[in-house]
Design a protein around this ligand. Structure first.
Ligand code: ZN
Length: 288
């Protein structure tokens, strides 16, 4: 099943059209794309029978798609999770996942314009996991049962703020407004032949800058869920950004960052493509 956020309403994408969930379920499920995660198992059971024969499919304009998970309570992210990216960063492979947060105010839609707060904004194409049921102290063997679906995302990063010492500021440097676009759809794991082996990447104005497969993760999704849930309960509708492969701008020689006027395209196989135009900030808001 593919779900999406169409103008703030939860829809199921089917045969090129959209089914409004609140209407099709006679109000059993809210129009709010975030509220559905509180009833995810019931929603899956209902949707397995949907659409009922004769349910009207609404044609829709892609430009109306918003973040499929708009208001997660927690957004986790994993750093240093692909060996080629760890190598380009000049670091050692960690013995457990490196976890930080992207504050939820940084979320954006798959086609939203993103404001660049400085000349040091870098790209990180990532697979993003949405949690479907509360997960606390779960084993890696059971972890996939707690996943609602997968989507595509960008972990945009302002490298000066991120790397300012003495302790790096990952969470702040990766949380400017618009720095976490996700979408265009949320896809349930059963839609993939192997949800642990998906091609992903991104391009700038058509020039490919990242391309890899999620099977190259050091800590696969199940291990990330087991590790995070050994500390924090994962709540329905939470997100995990699962790390980025090699090809970021800050590791290039010379370094390269995003510029106003460019378009950043990011994609995950079987999920779809984000197309985010980049614009300049009217002022320079970094720091006091
Ligand atoms: Zn990242």
């Amino acid at each position: 099943m593919r779900t999406a956020n169409l103008d703030g309403r939860l829809v199921i994408l089917h045969d090129g059209g959209a089914i409004d969930v609140e209407e099709a379920s006679d109000g059993a499920f809210s129009h709010d794309p975030q509220a559905v995660f509180e009833q995810w198992p019931q929603f899956r059971a209902w949707a397995a029978e949907a659409p009922a024969p004769g349910t009207p499919l609404t044609a829709f304009d892609e430009s109306r798609l918003l973040a499929p998970v708009p208001r997660p309570r927690q957004v986790f992210a994993i750093g240093l999770n692909y060996r080629d990216h760890i190598a380009e960063a000049g670091l050692d492979v960690p013995s457990q996942p490196s976890v930080f947060t992207k504050y939820p105010t940084s979320l954006a839609g798959p086609l939203d314009e993103i404001t660049l707060p400085s000349a040091y904004v870098d790209w990180e194409a990532e697979l993003v996991v949405a949690i479907g049921t509360r997960a606390h102290h779960v084993s890696k063997e059971d972890a996939w049962q707690y996943v609602a679906g997968l989507t595509a995302g960008q972990d945009l990063s302002e490298r000066r703020i991120q790397l300012q010492g003495p302790a790096p500021q990952f969470s702040l440097g990766k949380s400017f407004p618009g720095f976490s676009p996700i979408g265009p759809a949320l896809v349930t794991p059963d839609e993939f032949a192997d949800p642990d082996d998906l091609e992903l990447g991104c391009s700038i104005d058509g020039e490919a800058v990242q391309r890899s497969r999620t099977s190259h993760m050091v800590f696969p999704i199940a291990e990330q869920i087991a590790w995070i849930s050994s500390v924090c309960p994962l709540l329905p509708g939470d997100l995990i950004f699962t790390g980025t492969p090699a090809g970021i701008g800050g590791a290039r020689n010379p370094r390269r960052f995003l510029s106003p006027g460019e378009e950043l395209r990011s994609w995950v196989e079987g999920v779809g493509v984000l197309r985010n135009p980049l614009v300049a900030a009217p002022t320079h808001p970094v720091g006091p």
